[in-house]
Design a protein around this ligand. Structure first.
Ligand code: ADP
Ligand code: MG
Length: 234
């Protein structure tokens, strides 16, 4: 399996002397090529699940495995390497840099890893093609629509030897049709590239759970707990 959370609990300081429990005993398995959608009310812990799954935060307890490696046992530099290489993040805002072209946004990810741009140009172009933006590789974010910028963002998250894709509310700034197209794109690319994808969304209409182009399963979250997770624990 590519991403596995076993009985993960995460608390934050609450500003007084106590702790607030953001993730409460969460267990979840996402297989390669699978897209699991996670939904629930604001503040229930969805982004915290992604942060723990992506090694951004260490949980208080429980095990996170990426591609079979229990990442909690690794030292910080090794976790940072996994974050740079194996995990792609897509957030609600595209966070594109205003002065870089679409192609350069994607190359920058590899550059940060210390790789030579020439080596990565082919993969970056292939990714732009995969998200339908070949013709726009030299455009700046200001010259692209919101939907196109989110597609650049997705292509950027896929640059490199990715195993896991973590996506936080990617369609909230888009209309229904563009939102549906973004989910479809995430599903197609995750299957083609055998990525384990965890997709946080409120946009249940765009998910089309179980359809050929839709998410594989939907997990509800409430007060830090995953409900219905037996759907995907098998
Ligand atoms: P969601 O993404 O579902 O809206 P979050 O994971 O962002 O939920 O937050 C879960 C809970 O943890 C909330 O009660 C939130 O206020 C709290 N929380 C999130 N991040 C922090 C933080 N950095 N410090 C303290 N509390 C936090
Ligand atoms: Mg959130």
């Amino acid at each position: 399996m590519s991403l596995r959370l076993s009985d993960v609990t995460l608390t934050y300081p609450d500003g007084d002397d106590g702790r607030v429990t953001a993730v409460d005993g969460a267990s979840l398995t996402v297989a390669p090529g699978q897209v699991i959608a996670l939904t629930g009310p604001s503040g229930c812990g969805k982004s915290s699940v992604l942060a723990v799954a992506g090694t951004l935060i260490r949980p208080d307890s429980g095990v996170v495995e990426i591609d079979g490696t229990a990442v909690g046992e690794l030292k910080e530099p090794e976790r940072a390497k996994i974050r740079r290489e194996a995990v792609g993040f897509v957030f609600q805002n595209d966070n594109l840099l205003p002065d870089l072209t679409a192609l350069e946004q994607i190359l920058l990810t590899a550059h940060v890893r210390g790789e030579r741009p020439s080596k990565n140009r082919a993969q970056a172009r292939e990714l732009l093609d995969a998200v339908g933006l070949s013709e726009h590789e030299n455009k700046l974010p200001g010259q692209l629509s919101g939907g196109m910028r989110q597609r650049v963002n997705i292509a950027r998250a896929l640059m490199g030897p990715r195993k896991v894709l973590l996506i936080d509310e990617p369609t909230s700034a888009l209309d229904q049709a563009r939102g549906r197209a973004v989910v479809e794109l995430i599903v197609r690319l995750s299957r083609e590239r055998e990525l384990a994808a965890l997709l946080v969304t409120h946009d249940l209409q765009s998910l089309e759970v179980g359809s050929a182009t839709g998410a594989d399963a939907l997990v509800h979250m409430l007060d830090g707990r995953l409900l219905d997770s037996e759907l995907v624990d098998a």
